[in-house]
Design a protein around this ligand. Structure first.
Ligand SMILES: [Zn+2]
Length: 345
C-alpha cells in the first residue's frame, strides 16, 4: 500500500470520494506486466463503464463479479467508453457491447482503428519493425519481437464505435457532464474525461501514480497504411498534454492503473524532473560518442533493451526528440544501411 497523498488523504478516502460521486473502481486482471487495469463504473443514467479490460475469460469473469457486487450485470451497461487504443483497456469491448447492447464511445479519430483492429495492429507491427531496424535493433531481435506482438493480439478485438466523441465536447449523463479532452502522448488516442463541477478527472494512462506512463511510439491516428514517417514525437506531445492537465483545477485523478491521485501538480512536476534528468543522461552518452537509439538503450537498461526493445527505443527516442528540439543533438542516417545515429552538436 502506498503512502498517503501529500495533502494527507489516504487511498481509501480517495476511492471513497470517487464512490460518493457514483464512480467505482473495478480492477480487472490482465496478462501483462502492468498488472491490473482499472475500469470505472459510473452509476448514473446511462449506466456507464469506462474501459473494459482485456479480451480474456478471466477478465470477463472478474468484471461480472465486480458488477454483481454492486448489483449490476453486464446486460445492464448502457454506455461503454474507451479511453485509448491499448488492448488491456478495450479488449473486452466487443463482447460487452454485444451482450448489453450498450453504445460504445471513443475519440472519433480512434473509431477506424478499432473497427479494423486486426489490420491496425498489423500496420502497427510493420511500423514498429521499420523503426526498430532504423534505430539499430538487430534483425533477429526484430523478428522475434514481431512474433511476440502477434501473440498478444488475441487480448484485443475489433469493436464498432457507435458514439464518436470529439475533442472538447461534453458527454452528458443525468447527474454529471464529462468534458472529452484529447491528451495524446502515452498513445496517439489518449482521451481523458473531466467532471468540472466535482473537479474529478478520469485520466486512464495519461497519468499514473506508481509508474511513469511510457510515451510509446505509434503510427499517428488516421495515418495511411503505407505511413513510414516522419517519426512521431510521442514524448514532446506527452509533455505538452501534461502541461494542459497540470493547469487544471482537480481534486481527484482516477488513473487507468493503480490508485487515485490527489495532488496531480506535484506528480506531474516529478515526471517533468525525471524526463529532464533522463534527457541529460542520454545527452552525456551521445556527447561521448555518436550512438544509435538501441545502443543508448543498452547502456541505460542492459538486457531489458533487448527483451523490451520497442519500449526502450521509444523511451530513448522520446528524450532524443527533446534534445533535437533544443538543438543540442543532431541525427544522421548511414548512407548504406539507413541506420540512424545521434551526435552532439
Ligand atoms: Zn495504455
Amino acid at each position: 500500500m502506498d503512502a498517503d497523498e501529500p495533502d494527507g488523504r489516504g487511498e481509501d478516502e480517495l476511492l471513497g470520494q470517487a464512490a460518493d460521486a457514483g464512480i467505482h473502481r473495478l480492477a480487472i486482471p490482465t496478462p501483462f506486466q502492468v498488472g491490473r487495469v482499472n475500469a470505472y463504473l459510473i452509476e448514473d443514467s446511462p449506466l456507464t463503464l469506462i474501459d473494459s479490460g482485456p479480451n480474456s475469460g478471466k477478465a470477463l469473469d472478474e468484471l461480472e463479479q465486480a458488477l454483481a457486487a454492486r448489483g449490476h450485470a453486464i446486460e445492464d451497461i448502457e454506455l461503454l467508453v474507451i479511453t485509448h487504443q491499448h488492448i488491456d483497456h478495450f479488449g473486452l469491448s466487443s463482447i460487452l457491447a454485444r451482450r448489453s447492447g450498450a453504445e460504445v464511445a471513443a475519440l472519433d479519430g480512434l473509431a477506424p482503428y478499432l473497427r479494423a483492429f486486426g489490420t491496425s495492429t498489423e500496420l502497427d507491427d510493420r511500423f514498429a519493425q521499420e523503426l526498430m531496424l532504423r534505430h539499430g535493433i538487430p534483425a533477429d531481435v526484430v523478428t522475434a519481437l514481431r512474433a511476440v506482438s502477434a501473440s498478444f493480439r488475441a487480448w484485443g478485438s475489433a469493436v464498432e464505435i457507435t458514439r464518436p466523441l470529439h475533442d472538447g465536447e461534453e458527454l452528458r449523463l443525468r447527474d454529471r457532464t464529462l468534458r472529452v479532452l484529447h491528451r495524446p502522448g502515452h498513445s496517439p488516442s489518449d482521451t481523458v474525461f473531466y467532471d468540472e463541477s466535482r473537479a474529478i478527472l478520469l485520466a486512464a494512462d495519461h497519468l499514473i501514480k506508481h509508474i511513469s506512463s511510457n510515451p510509446l511510439l505509434a503510427r499517428p491516428l488516421g495515418a495511411r497504411p503505407d505511413y513510414t514517417g516522419p517519426r512521431p514525437r510521442a514524448l514532446v506531445d506527452y509533455i505538452a498534454s501534461l502541461e494542459l492537465t497540470r493547469a487544471m483545477d482537480l481534486s481527484l485523478v482516477l488513473p487507468g492503473h493503480g490508485m487515485p491521485i490527489a495532488d496531480h501538480v506535484s506528480l506531474i512536476d516529478e515526471r517533468f524532473r525525471m524526463h529532464r534528468r533522463r534527457a541529460e543522461r542520454i545527452h552525456g552518452l551521445i556527447a561521448s560518442q555518436p550512438r544509435t537509439a538501441h545502443e543508448i538503450a543498452v547502456e541505460l537498461w542492459g538486457n531489458v533493451a533487448v527483451t523490451q526493445a520497442f519500449l526502450t527505443i521509444s523511451e530513448v527516442l522520446g528524450h532524443v526528440d527533446l534534445l533535437l528540439a533544443s538543438g543540442r543533438v543532431a541525427e544522421r542516417a548511414d548512407a548504406e544501411d539507413g541506420v540512424v545515429r545521434f551526435q552532439a552538436v
